[in-house]
Write a protein that binds this ligand. Structure first.
Ligand code: GLN
Length: 521
């Protein structure tokens, strides 16, 4: 196994993750098999209990791992399926060492950071790097390791020590971020100061879209510098990046855009919904549009805001009303819920295409029960545990006392039993779909009959037939709610079916598309 360690940076958000995944893309384009590991030196066991305000979205893997959003970049860029062990945290390492200590594996020894923690880190890396992630047998050729956090932080030290022992820490390649391309003599100057050959100084300057980054690396011969260092030149082919060139250039040339209203709680930091944004992008590209995402803080839509912050309220409604489709993404806690309900009502009544994801589906059930069934105080027990009409309830198997990993998490099967519904058609009529979940609440099975009689249809269920996974409103051009998160499996060239449906509906192409596909064209 060969390792590429990507580290550095005293500030986050400059694109270390995108750089690391783009290096992976270029190596993959040279015919190598690539896997990746992300190291987050914080003490949390996983990202599951961290606020999206602080770290951006919590990405969910097939195996139920709640991980750093960079793993989403790796899955999308490298088209791989990672495991929760591909995200290492200090918490996980200490947990494994402490478990061993309690088992008596170190009996007689003093357990210390060096060598026990550092050995655990090395062993973890070496055993995870060989797990195949691309559907093929046997280990990959290269593992790209991204060390997050800030080098020099006390938390990162055990990792630095372990990685130093594993692969050495002298940099062979420097990647420099800049707004404008670097001048040649700047590269030379850097080379002299940093003891890295000028050819190994890569410049990642700002580009119109991120698909240009692998092309930028290839144009600077990054693959050559890296493969030479790894002694892999003999098995590599010249990089084949035609797909990436096509994506990067097609996107730059789109002239029309589609306006999407994203009504959520964490709209201050767009990384909070990174995979949703990427899934919209993938779907828009398939429809030849640029996405124009209007972020609406759900609470600005609420009646209270009309009194307290009238300008924000007016602006939020103006934005919602000018959108061509509405998306309510996942979320936790009751802030903004009333605003989301108003957005779902607006979309339902005005026949504006609507996609509700997880919380967004639960919102549409509450809204429908209140407006159509007249159950004015219908609610989820997450927001009002005394509601007379609990239409969304806590799932019996969840834990009320422990937060970490106690949700229904990861890939679950959803049976699609209504062949003529929009969802089935968009997924191309399979018997089932496997999508990723992350929730504690579900639609109350006892009210399904009432909701269906009033016109809401549940077209996807779990394997027991009791848990409702997909709803549609047949009287509406596109009104879909899903308990799972389709955004996590969307890929650049394979947009998620439901995001595609939303954008097709928003741009008036849905019926033509479905007819074409029904006739096998
Ligand atoms: N808070 C809701 C639940 O736990 C929705 C979760 C989500 O949107 N991911 O069921």
């Amino acid at each position: 196994m060969k390792y590429v360690l990507v580290t550095g940076g005293v500030v986050s958000g400059l694109g270390k993750g995108v750089t690391a995944s783009s290096i992976g893309v270029v190596l993959k384009a040279c015919g190598l098999r690539v896997t990746s590991i992300k190291i987050d030196p914080y003490l949390n066991t996983d990202a599951g209990t961290m606020s999206p305000f602080e770290h951006g979205e919590v990405f969910v893997l097939d195996d139920g791992g709640e991980v750093d959003l960079d793993l989403g970049n790796y899955e999308r860029f490298l088209d791989v399926t990672l495991t929760k062990d591909n995200n290492i945290t200090t918490g996980k390492i200490y947990q494994s060492v402490l478990e061993k200590e309690r088992r008596g594996d170190y009996l007689g020894k003093t357990v210390q950071v060096v060598p026990h923690i550092t050995d655990a880190i090395k062993n973890w890396i070496e055993s995870v790097a060989v797990i195949p992630v691309d559907g093929k047998e046997g280990p990959a050729n290269v593992c790209v390791i991204e060390l997050g956090g800030t080098v020099g932080d006390i938390e990162s030290m055990p990792f630095i020590e372990a990685l130093g022992q594993l692969s050495g820490l002298t940099p062979h390649v420097w990647a420099c971020r800049s707004a404008q391309p670097l001048l040649e003599n700047t590269k030379e100057k850097l080379s002299r100061f940093c003891h890295v050959p000028a050819d190994n100084i890569l410049n990642i300057h700002d580009v119109p879209n991120i698909w240009h980054i692998p092309l930028l690396l290839r144009n600077q011969n990054a693959h050559h510098s890296i493969l030479k260092q790894l002694n892999l030149l003999s098995i590599a082919t010249p990089p084949a990046l035609e797909n990436w060139t096509r994506m990067a250039e097609t996107f730059d040339n789109f002239t029309s855009s589609v306006r999407i209203a994203m009504v959520g709680k964490y709209v201050g930091l767009t990384d909070s919904y990174l995979s949703v944004v990427k899934a919209l992008l993938h779907a828009c590209i398939a429809c030849c549009f640029k996405p124009s995402i209007d972020w609406i803080a759900a609470s600005d839509l609420e009646d209270d805001s009309a009194k307290l912050t009238p300008e924000a309220h007016a602006a939020a409604w103006k934005t919602l009303k000018s959108a061509e489709c509405v998306l309510v993404p996942g979320g936790f806690g009751d802030r903004g819920v009333r605003g989301m309900i108003l957005a779902a009502k607006y979309a339902r009544e005005n026949k504006v295409p609507y996609l509700g994801i997880c919380l967004g589906m639960q919102i549409s059930v509450i809204e429908f029960a209140r407006s159509v069934l007249g159950w004015e105080r219908a609610n989820s027990t997450e927001f009002d545990d005394k509601t007379p009409d609990p239409v969304v309830i806590f799932m019996p198997e969840g834990s009320r006392t422990h937060m970490g990993s106690t949700m229904r998490l990861g890939s679950r099967r959803t049976l699609l039993q209504t062949p003529d519904c929009i969802t089935s058609k968009l997924y191309e009529n399979p018997d089932y779909v496997d999508e990723r979940h992350r929730h504690r609440y579900e639609v109350n099975p006892e009210v399904i009959g009432n909701l269906e009689e009033a016109g809401l249809k549940f077209v996807g269920k779990d394997e027991t037939g009791k848990r409702m996974e997909v709803l549609e409103l047949p009287s509406h051009p596109f009104y879909v709610g899903v308990q799972f998160h389709p955004e996590f499996k969307s890929r650049p060239a394979r947009p998620s079916a439901l995001f595609l449906g939303l954008i097709l509906a928003a741009t008036g192409q849905l019926n033509a598309y479905l007819n074409r596909h029904q006739n096998g064209i």
